[in-house]
Design a protein around this ligand. Structure first.
Ligand code: BTN
Length: 324
């Protein structure tokens, strides 16, 4: 997107009509240039009306993130937040910064990701102003092999934060999807590097939360999803929500660094959507099979049993689980 597109959208953010001539003049551009810049809006999941004699109006107001207010809420934490309008993927950028030595607590949030990544090579689809997308870099003294339960711990923290912000019936699906009524509310992508046994190691934790997805974004998503607008009485302001999740993550990651997954296990179990349920397990590149979910192990692996009574421990985050 062009910088002009974002400048213009900020002028239109209140969801009221604005004359094209006035917006163009205030930005020092011609009406034709403004019109070209706004043609990009639908690509970001926005519905924009253009009415002769009245101007432009967004179907939904956009509540842009307030980086200053969020950073004030984060005082006393290790998190250093940067908010950008657009990036391909906040996780891709933070992986680069991690390799270049960026400190623990570096956080990048984007209003719009042009190439958001999900687990198992999927695309993460969001909408400008309708999602929260950010990544957080965290460094650990222990080796990457000790970070097995990290993605589950993060999933449980995000689920608890969203519940504290008013989301109802929030659950988790192994390893770290956040669900409401078996529909995905938030996704977590944890990418680690460093030697397995010897520390140090680094994790880039990418989180996407569906805040108020419009029809355009919903049409492009090929799995059951839900947004906060549909599972809260009043969805929290985006900036407040991001500040809350980041504060909770700061405390949780500090604890995980000292104690591992153990202190998060009971919370995770209490939120477990598939506990004692029959599921279809699809390991990458292998035939799917049916199993019954029993529990999660102390290291975060999923414990299931097969029809013949055999017990299996599943630990690859690349496999997919579907309810039966
Ligand atoms: C999943 O459930 O598949 C994980 C989704 C993770 C999406 C977030 S959005 C912010 C960060 N940047 C990305 O490209 N992906 C993660």
């Amino acid at each position: 997107m062009s910088a002009l597109t974002f400048l213009a959208l900020r002028r239109l953010a209140d969801g009221r009509f604005h004359s094209g001539e006035e917006v163009a003049r205030s930005l020092g551009r011609s009406r034709a240039t403004l019109s070209e810049a706004l043609k990009l809006a639908p690509q970001m999941g926005l519905e924009l009306y253009s009415v002769r004699g009245r101007g432009y109006r967004l179907a939904q107001p956009i509540e842009f993130l307030d980086a200053g207010a969020i950073s004030r809420e984060l005082e006393g934490t290790r998190i250093q937040l940067q908010v950008v309008d657009e990036v391909d993927s906040t996780s891709t950028r933070l992986l680069e910064r991690a390799a270049a030595g960026a400190p623990s607590g570096t956080c990048l949030a984007a209003e719009w990701q042009s190439a958001g990544r999900g687990r198992r090579g999927r695309t993460w689809i969001s909408a400008l102003g309708g999602s929260i997308t950010f990544s957080l870099l965290w460094r650990f003294e222990r080796g990457a092999g000790h970070l097995g339960g990290l993605s589950l711990a993060v999933g449980a923290v995000v689920a608890s934060s969203l519940a504290a912000c008013g989301a109802e019936r929030v659950q988790v699906k192994w390893p770290n999807d956040v669900l409401v009524d078996f529909r995905k509310l938030a996704g977590v992508l944890v990418e680690t590097s460093g030697e397995a046994a010897q520390g140090p190691s680094v994790a880039v934790i990418g989180i996407g939360i569906n805040h108020r997805l419009g029809e355009a974004a919903l049409d492009r998503i090929d799995q059951p999803v839900v947004d906060l607008a549909h599972c809260t009485r009043e969805p929290p302001a985006r900036s407040r929500l991001l500040a809350r999740v980041l504060r909770d993550l700061d405390a949780a990651l500090d604890r995980f660094a000292r104690e591992g997954f153990a202190p998060f296990r009971d919370t995770w179990r209490s939120l477990h959507a598939f506990q004692d349920r029959n599921v279809r397990v699809s390991p990458p590149g292998e035939a799917p099979f049916e199993a019954r979910v029993h529990d999660i192990a102390p290291d975060g692996a999923l414990l299931v049993s097969l029809a013949d009574g055999r017990r299996l421990t599943l630990s690859s985050a690349e496999l997919s689980l579907r309810p039966r």
